[in-house]
Design a protein around this ligand. Structure first.
Ligand code: ADP
Length: 493
């Protein structure tokens, strides 16, 4: 099975959140499972301004011409720069006019107005690359809306093509909140010509919806989230389309790349540690506290928060709970990037509580690792959460999560009070500051108890969970891809 991925993010080249982590880790894991794919997965990714090609990489460049409705003459020259990434072949779509920008999706003024063109070009470049190479593809794995133009292109522009027309498509929804809404007057950007009229609705084209309707199989990234989104309350307007796919829409829980996220080998940490000896975690805690200007000698609990600044992540709930948490003796270290206005509430609380709340607004891989390692608890009060990587990373780093019982958080965290011998964290139900604060207070009781054994067992259980992609998630994707290929072959006779 020849598999290629089309995605807008792939760590370490381009990441704003879990999408980048998952595309990278899944591509690598599939290459490691004997027989899962022919050779390696190829990952097509835009070459954004921030993507740097390693000096040592042996880069092969392929020049192709792609249909580009906004270009004079209707076509543009694009360079595909391919090299070996750890465990897969990375194929950067190098087209400065579309991708050589500071943002992936937009800037402070909002989303780029030519996103439909940009991401249609990404998908078209992937198809044209394989055509130029005369290498048929069996399965194209689309990740989120940015990849969904491929489904439209396959059906409306390449259906009869011998190289890519027969390819099966799977769509993995990492986040249902973003659809790639393309108003009618921008639909020409997709380069589908008159065929665009047959796609979407009167107002325009919802790219994610097109992907959901056209892919042979659709999945999202946890079983609980896959059930939640079948209802209007969580379906973001696409619940009807997902229900309509019946058993062709499934949930596959994400794994975690246990080599990239390993406190025993993490170069960003002040000291390394594992479950058999947590002395290094104590050093990481002191290091983190010194870096953010907190008193390292103060034993009170340190609560870490890391995430994209998006209403989804519940930073407002943290702000609303902050005063009560600080009154309970806790301290907060908050790292976020995105819509800075979402930090205003926490900043106001930080001004009231010097030395108790640190707010860091930036994307900082190293600091994130220091927080996962140095905090005592990790907060994830998400309003919805398709899967979440943060809670898994926190558990692996010995930092029990306090999270809302939603989506993948419900599938990956076992509440300590519901299961005293199997618990790995603390869950709460209501998306309110009160419910968050009450769950943290439950955790603080265990954290601060004179008998340290229950806390230590909680930490040890979280560190012992097997998140490896190769164990269950990646084999489930391989089976999903095989099923998609069989469905496509059957449909085409
Ligand atoms: P989402 O995909 O919704 O953003 P996840 O929990 O699945 O949420 O993944 C978030 C990933 O992005 C984690 O690896 C997390 O550490 C990282 N991350 C989020 N915000 C930041 C930031 N400001 N700095 C560094 N890493 C971040």
């Amino acid at each position: 099975m020849q598999v290629l991925f089309v995605a807008a993010e792939c760590e370490p080249w381009a990441k704003t959140g879990g999408l980048g982590d998952v595309v990278d880790a899944l591509a690598r894991a599939l290459g490691r499972i004997p027989g899962a794919v022919d050779g390696q997965v190829e990952v097509f990714l835009p070459r954004y301004a921030s993507v740097s090609i390693p000096a040592r990489a042996a880069v092969e460049t392929l020049e192709i011409t792609v249909h580009d409705p906004l270009a004079p003459g209707g076509a543009s020259a694009v360079a595909i720069r391919s090299f070996q990434a750890p465990g897969y072949r990375l194929r950067l779509v190098d087209f400065p006019d579309a991708f050589d920008r500071a943002g992936f999706y937009g800037d402070s003024a909002g989303d780029y107005s030519d996103n439909a063109r940009r991401f249609a070009l990404l998908g078209r470049a992937a198809l044209e690359t394989r055509r130029a190479e005369r290498r048929p593809v069996d399965l194209i794995a689309l990740h989120d809306w940015q990849a969904c133009p491929v489904a439209l292109l396959r059906d409306l522009a390449y259906a009869d093509d011998p190289i890519v027309g027969g390819a099966a498509i799977s769509l993995t929804i990492h986040n249902l909140a973003y659809h790639g809404w393309t108003p009618r007057d921008r639909a020409t950007q997709l380069g589908l010509g008159a065929a665009a009229a047959s796609a979407g609705d009167a107002w325009g084209i919802d790219l994610l919806r097109e992907g959901i309707r056209r892919a042979e199989l659709v999945n999202t990234v946890s079983p609980t989230y896959s059930r939640e989104v079948l209802n209007p309350a969580a379906g973001m307007g696409l619940d009807g389309d997902l229900v309509a796919r019946g058993d062709r829409f499934v949930g596959i829980l994400n794994g975690l790349d246990e080599e990239l996220w390993d406190p025993a080998a993490d170069a960003a940490l002040a000291a390394r540690y594992d479950a058999s000896d947590l002395a290094g975690k104590v050093a990481c805690r002191a290091d983190l506290l010194a870096r953010v200007g907190f008193d390292p000698a103060d034993p009170s609990a340190v609560l870490g928060v890391i995430g994209r600044l998006d209403p989804q992540k519940g930073f407002d709930l943290v702000a609303g709970a902050a005063r009560r948490l600080v009154a309970s003796g806790a301290r907060l270290v908050v790292l976020g990037s995105g819509d800075a206005s979402l930090l205003a509430g926490i900043r106001a609380e930080a001004a009231r509580a010097p030395g108790r709340i640190a707010v860091l607004e930036r994307f900082d891989r190293e600091l994130s690792r220091r927080i996962y390692a140095g905090a005592d608890l990790f907060l994830m009060p998400s309003r919805f959460e398709p899967c979440g990587q943060g809670q898994m990373i926190a558990m692996r780093y010995g930092t029990p999560p306090v999270a809302r019982r939603t989506g993948g958080l419900a599938d990956t965290i076992v509440d300590l009070h519901a299961d005293p011998t199997g618990g790995t964290g603390f869950l709460f139900d209501d998306a309110t500051p009160e419910a968050l604060a009450a769950a943290v207070e439950r955790a603080l009781v265990v954290f601060g108890a004179a008998d340290r054994a229950p806390w230590q067992r909680l930490v040890a259980r979280g560190m012992a969970v097997d998140w490896a992609w190769e164990t269950s998630s990646a084999p489930l994707y391989a089976a999903l891809f095989r099923r998609a290929v069989a469905l496509r072959r059957a449909a085409r006779g």
